[in-house]
Design a protein around this ligand. Structure first.
Ligand SMILES: Cc1cc2nc3c(=O)[nH]c(=O)nc-3n(C[C@H](O)[C@H](O)[C@H](O)COP(=O)(O)OP(=O)(O)OC[C@H]3O[C@@H](n4cnc5c(N)ncnc54)[C@H](O)[C@@H]3O)c2cc1C
Ligand SMILES: NC(=O)c1ccc[n+]([C@@H]2O[C@H](COP(=O)([O-])OP(=O)(O)OC[C@H]3O[C@@H](n4cnc5c(N)ncnc54)[C@H](OP(=O)(O)O)[C@@H]3O)[C@@H](O)[C@H]2O)c1
Length: 426
C-alpha cells in the first residue's frame, strides 16, 4: 500500500537545504474525509459501485478511484478516544457497518477497545486502505478546468513536511464532531483557579476526586459522568433548561421524529442544536436511582465563575421549578423534548465552592477544513438537502446533523454515494 510520502532527512541526520518542493498532486474521483462510522459506510458503498481504493492492487490503472483520509493513528474514529468507563453495555447501540456485523462483544468491554477492533477488521476485510494519520487541512475549488474539481490539501500528522494535494471530482465529508468540543463563554471563566475540562477529555472519576465538581450541561454525557463522579466526591449539576427526562421508550417513531426535526433545521441552513434537545433523556433505572439519590437534580446555570467557585446572581437566575422526573403521560415526552418538562430545577445556595468545572456542553461539527469553500449560510449552518450541500452538490456531508448517530451515519454513507454517483455520472 503506498504510504503518504515522507520527507527524508539528508545524510548525517540534518535536513538538506533546498527550496520547498511543490506538494505532490494525485488525481482521484472521490475523497472521503474521516474513517469513523460515516466514512467507512461511505467507503463500502463507493467500493460496491466499482470504484477502487487508492493503494489497492492496480489502482493506478482503475477507471474510478477513491481515497479515505483519516487523522487518527489507528482505526476506530472517535470511539478510540471515549472514556474507558463507557462500555458496550452503556453505549446506545453501535449499529453494524454495512456488509459485516459486529461480532458478539463482551458487554463489559470498553467501547474504546471493541469498536476500533471492529473497524480495523472491517477496513481489512473490504480493502479500504485508509490513509492515516493524515489530516485534511483545507479544501479549495480548483481553478477552472474541463470539469469542476476540488483540491484537498493534506498533511501527515507525524511528518509535517509531507504534504499531498488530492485533486478530486467529489468529496464525502465524514469528519464527525469529536474534534470540536463546545466550550461556552461565561463571565469569569478565565478567573477560576480550579480545574476545567470538557467531557471529551474526561478519563476517570478518580482524577476529579480532590474536591467538589460542578457539571455543566443537560445531555447524556453530563448525566453519565455525574453518576460516576458522585461515587468519588460531591457534585452540583447545572443546566440551562430543566432536564429533559422522558419516561417513555425511545421507539423508532420517536427516533424518526427527532431525525426529521434536525433535518428541517439543516435544510434551513441552521446549526444543529444539542442532541439531547431532540432526544430527551430516557429515564433508565440508573438515572432514576441518580434522581432519588439527589445526584441528578439540576440547578439553573450559574451566572458567573469566580476564582474558587460559581455564583448565582438572583437578578439573572431563574427560580427553582417543580422538581422530580417527568411523570408518565401522553404529552410528557414532547414536553421533555421541547425543554418544558417537569424535570424541574432545585434550589441551592448563591455560591458553591468548586475544585473542578466539567463542561459536558456538547460538540460542533468538525468542518474547519471546508471554510475556504464559504458554505456557511446567514443562519450559521450549511444549507443541506439530505446529505448534499445545496451550494456545492459534489460535496456530501455524512454524520452531520440528522445522521450524527451510528445508524444515521450508515444510511447517510449509502445516500451520499447514490447522490454523488448521479452528479459525477460514473
Ligand atoms: C461520548 C459519545 C458517545 C456516543 N455514543 C453513541 C452510541 O452509543 N450510539 C450511537 O449511535 N452514537 C453515539 N454517539 C454519536 C457518535 O458520535 C456517532 O454515532 C458516530 O460514532 C460518529 O461517527 P462519525 O463517523 O460521524 O465520526 P467519528 O467517529 O468522529 O469519525 C470522524 C473521523 O474523521 C477524522 N477527521 C476529522 N477531521 C479530519 C480532518 N480534517 N482530516 C482527516 N480526518 C479527520 C477523525 O480523526 C475521525 O477518525 C456518541 C457520541 C459521543 C460524543
Ligand atoms: N452511548 C453513551 O453512553 C453516550 C454517552 C455520552 C454521550 N453520548 C452521545 O454523545 C452525543 C453528545 O452528547 P452530549 O451530552 O455530549 O451533548 P448534547 O446532547 O449535545 O448536550 C449538550 C448539552 O450542553 C448544553 N449546553 C450547550 N450550550 C450551553 C451553554 N452555553 N450553557 C450551558 N449549557 C449548554 C446543552 O443545552 P441545550 O440543550 O439547552 O442546548 C445540552 O444540555 C449524543 O449523541 C449522546 O447520545 C452517548
Amino acid at each position: 500500500m503506498p504510504q503518504h510520502p515522507v520527507a527524508t532527512p539528508a545524510a548525517g541526520g540534518r535536513r538538506a537545504l533546498r527550496a520547498p518542493r511543490a506538494p505532490r498532486t494525485v488525481d482521484v474521483d472521490v475523497v472521503v474525509v474521516g474513517a469513523g462510522q460515516a466514512g467507512l459506510s461511505t467507503a463500502y458503498h463507493l467500493a460496491r459501485t466499482g470504484l477502487v481504493a487508492v493503494g489497492s492492487r492496480g489502482w493506478e490503472r482503475a477507471r474510478g478511484t477513491f481515497v479515505v483520509l483519516d487523522a487518527n493513528h489507528r482505526a476506530g474514529g472517535a470511539w478510540q478516544h471515549r472514556w474507558r468507563s463507557l462500555t458496550m453495555a452503556d453505549a446506545h447501540h453501535v449499529h453494524d457497518l454495512p456488509g459485516m456485523p459486529l461480532a458478539v462483544a463482551d458487554p463489559a468491554e470498553p467501547a474504546a477497545d471493541a469498536v476500533p477492533y471492529y473497524f480495523a477488521q472491517y477496513e481489512e476485510a473490504f480493502g479500504l486502505n485508509v490513509q492515516r494519520p493524515v489530516r485534511v487541512e483545507r479544501v479549495d475549488r480548483a481553478p477552472d478546468g474541463d470539469e469542476p474539481r476540488f483540491l484537498v490539501t493534506t498533511r501527515h500528522v507525524d511528518h509535517p513536511d509531507a504534504v499531498v494535494v488530492w485533486s478530486a471530482r467529489g468529496i464525502v465529508n465524514a469528519s464527525g464532531t469529536w474534534g470540536k468540543p463546545f466550550w461556552p463563554a461565561y463571565p469569569g471563566r478565565g478567573a477560576f483557579r480550579g480545574r476545567q475540562l470538557h467531557a471529551r477529555d474526561f478519563r476517570s472519576a478518580a482524577d476529579l476526586a480532590d474536591g467538589h465538581v460542578v457539571v455543566v450541561g443537560g445531555g447524556t454525557s453530563a448525566v453519565q459522568l455525574l453518576l460516576q463522579v458522585a461515587d468519588v466526591t460531591t457534585t452540583t449539576w447545572v443546566t440551562r433548561r430543566p432536564p429533559a427526562w422522558v419516561d417513555e421508550e425511545f421507539t423508532p417513531e420517536l427516533g424518526r421524529d427527532a431525525v426529521a426535526r434536525v433535518d428541517d433545521r439543516v435544510r434551513a441552513g441552521l446549526v444543529p442544536e444539542s442532541v439531547v434537545s431532540v432526544t430527551g433523556l430516557p429515564l433508565t433505572p440508573a438515572y432514576r436511582a441518580g434522581i432519588e439519590a439527589g445526584v441528578l437534580r439540576a440547578r439553573p446555570m450559574f451566572s458567573r465563575l469566580v476564582d474558587d467557585g460559581v455564583v448565582w446572581d438572583p437578578a439573572t437566575t431563574p427560580g427553582p421549578t417543580a422538581a422530580g422526573p417527568t411523570t408518565p403521560g401522553p404529552t410528557a415526552a414532547a414536553d421533555a423534548r421541547s425543554g418544558t418538562a417537569p424535570g424541574g430545577w432545585v434550589p441551592g445556595p448563591p455560591f458553591v465552592e468548586a475544585r473542578t468545572i466539567l463542561w459536558a456542553t456538547g460538540f460542533r461539527a468538525s468542518l474547519d477544513h471546508l471554510a475556504p469553500l464559504g458554505l456557511r449560510s446567514p443562519g450559521g449552518g450549511i444549507v443541506m438537502d439530505g446529505t448534499q450541500v445545496v451550494a456545492e452538490p459534489r460535496l456530501q456531508l455524512v454524520g452531520y446533523g440528522p445522521s450524527a448517530s451510528t445508524v444515521g451515519a450508515n444510511r447517510a454513507g449509502r445516500e451520499a454515494v447514490r447522490r454523488l454517483r448521479r452528479e459525477l455520472r460514473w
